[in-house]
Design a protein around this ligand. Structure first.
Ligand SMILES: Nc1ncnc2c1ncn2[C@@H]1O[C@H](COP(=O)(O)OP(=O)(O)OP(=O)(O)O)[C@@H](O)[C@H]1O
Length: 290
């Protein structure tokens, strides 16, 4: 399905087809972000479902977001991976910009996590997501893109419960130079970023550790009432593992949450990690149940 719509759109893009709103039937709203609304839509020729995000040019300009937005579009257009949300095409009229995105039927991982009875995922489900996020990030890093804003709100799920990494609003092309900008949610920020030091793609490895912890515990490891206290916990890497978390899961998280960026384990090692492999198997056995 996705391949069909991708190739149809890519084919027209290749022919410099000028997409317009009337090429789509616009359906139910899917959500609302800071700058736009997202609707379910159907491409009229193929009848396939996509998501259309509409943004007002004036709002982007008013908030000085046009450069960040263009970067997001530029980055996402070039990334093609099964666990990265595809930006299929875009077009605009006088007032609005329309992004045509791959449709993620099950919405945000965040919503699923919060709706769990205990507020956390069983280990097989967490491991499956960890594998897919690690795979998506490995691909991004190979293409010199650092995501910098990994969190459950930015992970969408398709109909088959597969991760679609979204929201490249904070991501950067990182050809060689290390950058020094603080952004993202404090809970997920690595020590080098909260301390305003230069950083590299290993920031995403740290976020993956925070993500795994939040999947398994229901809240991020450095969460506190105050920003100051969170800062202190982050720079001390003060992680408390609850009793119910298995030893191999702790091992994986502690290998990602390292103060020294270069001592965080590689994304290939995350995918090959014993805990991930064992639980991926369990997840596939329970396919459709979890
Ligand atoms: N491709 C998609 N498929 C299905 N639902 C989507 C898709 N893209 C976005 N949504 C839904 O629409 C909501 C708004 O998305 P949007 O990207 O505008 O904002 P956001 O990323 O949540 O917030 P922000 O504007 O702060 O980055 C999302 O929370 C999600 O639930």
């Amino acid at each position: 399905m996705v391949e069909k719509i991708c190739s149809h759109i890519a084919n027209r893009n290749g022919k410099n087809y000028n997409w317009k709103l009337s090429d789509f039937e616009i359906g139910a709203p899917l959500g609302r972000g800071k700058f736009g609304r997202v609707y379910m839509a159907r491409e009229k020729t193929t009848k396939l479902i996509v998501a259309v995000k509409t943004l007002f040019k004036s709002e982007l300009v008013e908030h000085h977001m046009q450069h960040q937005f263009l970067r997001e579009v530029e980055i996402q257009t070039h990334l093609k991976h099964p666990n990265v949300l595809s930006l299929l095409t875009y077009f605009y009229d006088q007032k609005r910009i329309f992004l045509v995105l791959e449709y993620a039927a099950k919405g945000e991982v965040y919503t699923h996590l919060r709706s769990q009875e205990k507020g956390r995922f069983p280990e097989p489900r967490a491991a499956k997501y960890m594998y897919q996020v690690a795979d998506a990030l490995e691909y991004c890093h190979k293409n010199n893109v650092i995501h910098r804003d990994i969190k459950p709100e930015n992970l969408l799920l398709d109909y088959h419960d597969n991760i679609k990494l979204a929201d490249f609003g904070w991501s950067v092309h990182a050809p060689s130079n290390k950058r020094k900008t603080v952004c993202g949610t404090l809970d997920y920020l690595p020590p080098e970023m909260v301390q305003g030091k230069p950083y590299n793609s290993y920031v995403d490895h740290w976020c993956l550790g925070v993500l795994c912890y939040e999947f398994l515990v229901g809240k991020p490891p450095f969460e506190t009432e105050s920003q100051n206290a969170t800062y202190n916990k982050i720079v001390k890497v003060a992680v408390v593992y609850p009793q119910f978390m298995s030893t191999p899961a702790r091992a994986l998280i502690s290998q990602l949450l390292r103060y020294d960026p270069s001592s965080r384990i590689g994304l290939d090692c995350v995918k090959e990690h014993l805990w991930v492999k064992k639980n991926m198997k369990l997840a596939s056995i329970a396919n459709g149940v979890i």
